[in-house]
Design a protein around this ligand. Sequence first.
Ligand SMILES: [Zn+2]
Length: 658
Amino acid sequence: MTQKVDLLFTNALVLTMDKNLNQYDPGAVAVKGDLIVVAGPEAELKKEYDASEIVDCGGKVLMPGLVNAHTHVPMTLLRGLADDLRLDVWLLGYMLPVEREFVSPDFVRLGTLLACAEQIRTGITTFNDMYYFEKDVAQATSDAGLRAVCGQTVMKFPTPDAIAFEDSLAMAREFIQGWKDHPLIIPAVAPHAPSSCTPEILRATSDLAKEFDVPLHIHIAETSYEVETMRKENGIPVVPYVKKQGILEAKVIAAHCVHIDTGEMRTLLHAGAGVSHNPSSNLKLASGFAPVQKMLDAGLNVGIGTDGPASNNDLDMFEEVRLASFVAKASSNDPTVVPAVTALLMATRMGAQALHLGHLTGSVEAGKRADLILVDISSTHNSPRFRRDPNNAYAQLVFASKSTDVSDVMVNGKWLMRDHSLLTLNEEELVAQSYDIAKKIDAFLIAREQSVLSKLIALGGSMEEESFEVQVKAKIAEPDLIVRALMRPEIEITAFKHYRQYDDYFSFDDPSQGHLRFREDDLINDKGEVVNVRSRLTLLGRKREGKIGQDVLLSRSRFLAPAAHTLRFYREYFKPKEDISITKDRQRWHIRYKDTEFFVNLDRTEQPEMGHFLEIKSRTWSRNDAERKARMVNELLALLGAADSETVTQDYIEAIQK
Ligand SMILES: [Zn+2]
């Protein structure tokens, strides 16, 4: 009695990637509907199964489709936008501002379809995504016919699809409810990372994932900076921290895990969490080398992911699998670790298990979904072929195959590619549309890059200071005389502060851009100890409103921003032509003169050694008042005995430069 099936694949080298790593050569696989009925020796299956259609594989490898364990698919549209940057400059300076401006349901759909085309071509049949408007990612993926875990992002910052995290959480709930039993899509929730979420968000997303029994996708310990910050702020490493917030009670997919120790590996294992290792992304962003062999030894399910195409820059799992093996060998100085078979297992069955989809896909076994690919291993770059050892086949696939050797792809029993032709997507049209988007993003960034101000605004948090600033700055030979003159009865001292200031003045090719000053103020107490540190960023415009008396300036174009990032970040982001560092000791008096408040600063410029400067300043909201104060600044200058001093109000930075 023969059994009726829809399809019988014959004449294939079948790599099942099942528990026993069974290989059949020549092998056959029977498919009925969306399911694999059996895999086995061709001769047996031909006798036992009566197929409506026979697919002669022509000696190619027939194997489970590859599982891309971590990505952000719509970012295909941001591929090649900004590269060779540090993670913070790349993310905060480019990705987030562009995403805020452009990411919409249409953007996400186009990017996803493009990513699906690329992934089908490289033999990926399942991927694990994290992005915004995830409902639209899911719809596009299901239209393309791929299998995916789709994680709706939740984080503490405003996102392209939500102003507040409560909104994204509600979106995630609605998305999960709507897609829960879809044949291809596994809806999920994705709290972005421990550092970009509050404890409240971590707890809420875990509760949501548990309520619907769906995966929870999160970035964990990607950089050493993240781990250091976590230890500094919470006194514990990343994994114990997320455990404390309830994250590990859900079915976790932890992306990266570059900087975790063996204790953290055990914690993840006990929680049943899966890991995605992303070698290209870790290499390109110099995040470090994930302890892959140690995680495998600990018993963790470690999959392999491409990460987003803006940090890779492609979705080529063949490249990723090869790197997973090579990087593990090189970084451990041991060529025996992560052999070809292990790397391929990570990209198939173990990857599916890491995504909590082991029951559905990842191997060619009876009862699993028919997610299958054919790979030609007879090309010049992959010849000749040895059959002595079963590992020869894995070595061919991992160390010599190219993603372009994938000729046919089936997902859920449905063909998505036959003989290199995509069946569900119009590649040409998608590529053309992506060029249109790129043009718009280019124009947006070109406009932004033209001005330091718009680059500053793009970072968020900056604000224009509308007030007039009245200011004079003079070179002083004898500071003690100034201090003594401040005791004059006409002057009332209301406060005194002592600072050490570290200033960096950025100047640009176009002087009309003004100067950008990064200032760290260290407040010093009377014992000489630093009691408070704050950093600010100020764009000092060149536009002056007027000059009154002795080089007293009225200026208005000042933009202030709290310096939330490091000096290094701003240097790499703004790329100044010149960066002048000044270290000075500042004594600051708040004074009242003729019922009007002024600041008097007495600076000792130490680095470079420039001697002493006296600065008198005030701020006001009206031009008339500014002019009144400007006259008083001239009077004060005389009162303090500095009327004859050389003023450098306008040209302070130039004076330093000289
Ligand atoms: Zn990622």
